[in-house]
Design a binder for this molecule. Structure first.
Ligand code: ATP
Length: 593
């Protein structure tokens, strides 16, 4: 299993910069309002300082001062709510864009990449990581911006009330600086490990749920439970590590931020004794320093959450890197290729070898050409390599050796959007998305008319039940359940709508009962005229109807010809045919798992 990539710190930083600078007006407005709020917040401590000084020197203007303090506090509350409103608008917009980017990138991932990464990784990225990022963007990012702006304004004010009062604040720096460096150099990797361990546990869980029947029937419950316990154990250790980082970081910083307040009072008294700072200055500085301590505390707390969000961004951006890599590969390989004078839709399979693991090929030296408009049936016993060949013919996996190409270009080098509109693989894995039949069909062609939808549904023999229910009736979990055969029919109709010129059908009609399957294949055959169809045939009547039959055994092509020619040759195909006529099933390849 190959995990999806994780973006580097540099990529995360440049993405964050891009996102922040994408809305300069909204950002300036939000920051401006925050600075105004911070400015209003500074007036009350300053006025309090003046009040203390006036009381000490016998001037009685308490009422005016108190009224002024109330006015500024109200002003601060007003600007704060405006600042919060505009910051929230900006962050909601940014979060929405991030989510959209992520969904777009996930939808563009090649099937082979998802399969090799495992669904657990993708589920964790699209749930926990998106959630961590959303949470940070909604609360910690705005809070950090407010805190930083307020701190800058406050330090300026501290300089103004008495520049000497800045020194007590600096006493915390020798502790805060190294502990922050220590923490930051470890937190990102810690959180990345934590996320990866969640992905693994989710993968195990998803695998167990998907294979629950197999687990039950083979009594693998305790083995699966043990596996899950191990994965949870790894996640627990990863969480303990990040917890241990926080257990050091937060108490040390909590202690360090208490120093400036104490030092301001102690040193302030000393400065006052020497008449270096006024009483008003010391009062205001003490209040500022106390607020500053609270701000640093908040900043560090946010920093922790931002580390977690940073790890999540790295994982989410990694998904887009996967896509970029793919496009880069196709762009690179596109350079030397020359468009043929007449674009050929023939698919050429040349000396192909392929294996799922190193040193164990399941396809050996396979060569043949699929001509445009041809009907090919690939037959052979179970484990012969038919499905594997089908995946290569659909451009999902590249061969280990040799080539599978169209017009001289390897299928895996053709941009996927282009390839998918040309060649489609139809497997036993079909999907009906919760919603109406119309919703499911329009995924393939959003502009399709009702007539087109009906035509495709009729072609797959589904119009009878769909017209009874209605195209817009909601189906799926929690509503009217859809049977596997119906779901498969809708998938096939969706495929017809997307109109690829080549179809690779791998057990496309296996869920249906033999009679319905045969009817469906007939309707499909009528509708598919003019298309290239490669059927991985598990029922030999498909081979009977094909232009050419390719017989595979143990990963090799052993015979090629029409049904009649192969029967006359009395070889492997003839044996398969006889066996199928007798039992309706194909034998397994001896020695092949
Ligand atoms: N994802 C996989 N990982 C590892 N080995 C695999 C994988 N898929 C298939 N194989 C192996 O590759 C070989 C060819 O399998 P394949 O499914 O292509 O055969 P098939 O002719 O389609 O069989 P069937 O008719 O039973 O579907 C088999 O030995 C199988 O165990």
């Amino acid at each position: 299993m190959t995990a999806l990539p994780v973006a580097s710190r540099k990529a995360v930083r440049s993405y964050a910069r891009k996102v922040v600078l994408k809305h300069p007006k909204q950002l300036s407005l939000a920051l401006g309002l925050q600075a105004l709020t911070a400015g209003c917040g500074l007036v009350a401590p300053w006025l309090l300082g003046r009040l203390v000084e006036q009381v000490q020197s016998g001037i009685n203007r308490v009422t005016v001062m108190v009224l002024l303090i109330i006015v500024f506090l109200l002003l601060q509350a007003g600007t704060l709510s405006l600042a919060n409103y505009h910051t929230a608008r900006l962050t909601e917009k940014v979060v929405a864009e991030l989510r959209e980017d992520f969904v777009r990138d996930v939808l563009r991932l090649p099937l082979a990449t998802i399969e090799s990464a495992g669904v657990g990784d993708l589920i964790t990225r699209s749930t926990r990581d998106v959630q961590a990022l959303t949470q940070a963007a909604r609360t910690n990012v705005p809070s950090t911006l407010v805190t930083l702006t307020t701190m800058v304004v406050m330090l300026g004010a501290l300089l103004l009330v008495g520049w000497l009062m800045i020194f007590p604040c600096l006493l915390a720096v020798p502790i805060l600086w190294p502990i922050a460096r220590w923490y930051l150099s470890r937190a990102r990797d810690g959180y990345l490990r934590e996320r990866a361990s969640y992905a693994k546990a989710t993968e195990s869980l998803a695998e167990t749920i998907n294979g629950s029947r197999t687990v039950e029937s083979l009594r693998l419950n305790s083995w699966r439970a043990q596996r899950l316990r191990e994965d949870i154990g790894v996640a627990y250790q990863a969480e303990r590590y990040t917890l241990s980082l926080r257990s050091v970081f937060l108490p040390v910083t909590d202690t360090a931020i208490a120093i400036p307040t104490v030092a301001t009072i102690v040193l302030g008294g000393y400065f006052y004794d020497h008449s270096w700072v006024s009483l008003a200055g010391i009062t205001a500085a003490t209040l500022y320093t106390q607020q500053l301590a609270g701000l640093i505390d908040l900043l560090l707390y946010n920093q922790d959450k931002l580390q977690l969000a940073g790890a999540s961004v790295a994982r989410l951006l990694g998904v887009s890197q996967e896509r970029t890599d793919e496009l880069r590969v196709s762009a690179a390989s596109a350079e030397p290729r020359r468009a043929p004078a007449v674009p050929s839709r023939d698919i050429e399979v040349k000396e192909v070898c392929y294996g799922y693991s190193a040193g164990h090929d399941v396809l050996h030296d396979v060569s043949f050409t699929v001509r445009e408009g041809e009907r090919i049936a690939i037959v052979g016993p179970s484990g012969a390599g038919k499905t594997t060949l089908g995946r290569l013919l659909a451009g999902i996996d590249p061969p280990r050796k040799g080539s599978v190409s169209r017009g001289g270009v390897a299928l895996t080098d053709i941009p996927r959007s282009e390839l998918r509109s040309e060649i489609a693989l139809v497997t036993q894995e079909y999907h009906f998305f919760n919603g109406s039949v119309r919703d499911n069909l329009l995924l393939a062609k959003p502009s399709a008319s009702d007539d087109e939808l009906r035509e495709c549904l009729e072609a797959v023999a589904a119009w009878t039940w769909v017209s009874e229910l209605g195209l817009d009736t909601r189906l799926g979990t929690g509503t009217r359940e859809i049977s596997p055969a119906e779901a498969q029919q809708v998938s096939l109709a969706r495929l017809l709508l997307s109109d690829p010129h080549t179809l690779v059908l791998d057990e496309a009609t296996s869920v249906l009962n033999p009679k319905v399957a045969r009817d469906l294949e007939r309707s499909l055959a009528a509708l598919l005229s003019g298309r290239t169809v490669i059927s991985i045939a598990h029922r030999l009547h498909t081979a009977h109807d094909a232009d050419r039959v390719i017989v595979m055994e143990k990963g090799r092509i052993v015979e090629t010809g029409s049904h009649q020619e192969l029967l006359a040759a009395a070889g492997s195909y003839a044996a398969l045919w006889t066996s199928w006529q007798g039992t309706g099933a194909l034998p397994s390849t001896p020695g092949v798992a």
